[in-house]
Design a protein around this ligand. Structure first.
Ligand code: NDP
Ligand code: OXD
Length: 313
């Protein structure tokens, strides 16, 4: 039994070393012997080349190296085998660090103070309390719930939006199209942690941004998107900033990555850009969870964190 590791965009050798854990019995290859390689039973992938998995006759399951699976489902020639994604404390913890960092920076006037420092201006700005601010988490799944837990400790009010989100203490929950309006209307800082699916593509548009709470103690609503770039209309975000519909934005993900040098987002004074770095998949931390899943599947147990292909996440 062989495992195929196909990685684009990360260092495959780090993943290879981590998956070949001490005592690991299973051969791991970086490419199939041929398109119909019968030895390959599991594929561990990040942005695999389209068609790579199509004709492997004995493939039993596909594992994503991250939480998202849009990079797998983009391949229209996928075989009909289960797909599992990463759900792990290490990944959730990294995302929560990022969300807390960016929420606090916007909330505590990071941009304004950096500008003041550059001009040697000593001026204390108005300081709302965390309890006056609602952080709305759009995509209230594994990562959204973990981020909410950490933000709650800091005293923020919390709202969550999903398709049918699971209850979480101290979080006001909203679901579906009907819940979206009331969710946005109470949100001062919008944190987007949605997966990219047919239903969510382009969801962050002018209409959505203009439904965010207007009379916020921050002077305007803030957008933080660490989900996927395909969720956002980047021209609409720039327009909303320029028309003061939006105060500031943090963007970790983009329609085209790396973000092209020509994008006006790079130089916009009220946009904070990070290079799809909110929560890195760490091979040492995550490879054991994948290998445990494979071992359990070999013993006849159910795979965990399976993707619903019809829903796209
Ligand atoms: P989950 O599947 O656990 O959560 C997804 C959430 O989105 C759920 O609450 C789900 O609702 C909701 N959702 C999905 N579709 C819709 C819809 N059409 N309308 C309303 N809500 C919807 O995923 P994770 O929390 O583990 O990960 C979320 C995403 O974060 C990943 O898909 C990936 O794109 C991104 N990510 C980005 C990283 C980065 O470094 N920037 C790192 C890791 C992940 P419900 O609860 O009802 O199912
Ligand atoms: C993920 C990511 O989906 O890193 O895990 O984007």
């Amino acid at each position: 039994m062989t495992i195929l590791l196909s990685v684009t965009g990360f260092d495959p050798l780090r993943w290879l070393a981590a998956l070949q854990q001490p005592g690991g019995q299973r051969p791991i290859v970086l490419e199939p012997k041929d398109a119909r390689d019968p030895s390959i039973e599991y594929a561990v992938v990040w942005k695999q080349p389209p068609g790579l998995l199509e004709n492997l006759p004995n493939l039993k399951a596909i594992f994503s190296l991250g939480a998202g699976v849009d990079h797998i489902l983009a391949d229209k020639r996928l075989p009909d085998v289960p797909i599992a994604r990463i759900v792990a404390d290490d990944l959730s913890g990294r995302m929560s660090e990022y969300v807390v960092w960016r929420v606090l920076d916007h909330f505590r006037s990071g941009r304004a103070y950096r500008a003041q420092q550059a001009q040697k201006i000593w001026h204390e700005r108005l300081q709302p309390a965390a309890r006056e601010i609602t952080v709305g988490i759009m995509g209230f799944g594994e990562l959204g719930r973990d981020a909410a837990k950490h933000l709650k400790l800091l005293g923020f009010r919390l709202a969550g939006w999903g398709r049918s989100p699971k209850p979480a203490e101290g979080v006001e929950l909203f679901a579906g199209e009907d819940g979206l309006g009331p969710f946005l209307a109470r949100t001062d800082i919008l944190v987007v942690l949605l997966p990219l699916t047919q239903a969510t593509r382009g969801i962050i548009d002018t209409t959505l941004l203009s439904r965010l709470k207007r009379d916020t103690p921050l002077g305007g609503p803030v957008l933080i998107n660490a989900g996927r770039g395909g969720l956002q209309d980047e021209a609409a975000i720039l327009d909303a900033l320029d028309r003061d519909i939006l105060l500031e934005a943090t963007l970790d993900v983009f329609n085209v990555e790396p973000l092209p040098a020509t994008s006006p987002l790079w130089a916009h004074p009220r946009v904070f850009v990070t290079p799809h770095a909110a929560a890195a998949s760490d091979p040492e931390a995550l490879a054991p969870t994948i290998m445990r899943q494979i071992a359990a599947h070999e013993r006849g147990e159910e795979l965990q964190h399976l993707v619903d292909r019809a829903a796209g996440y």
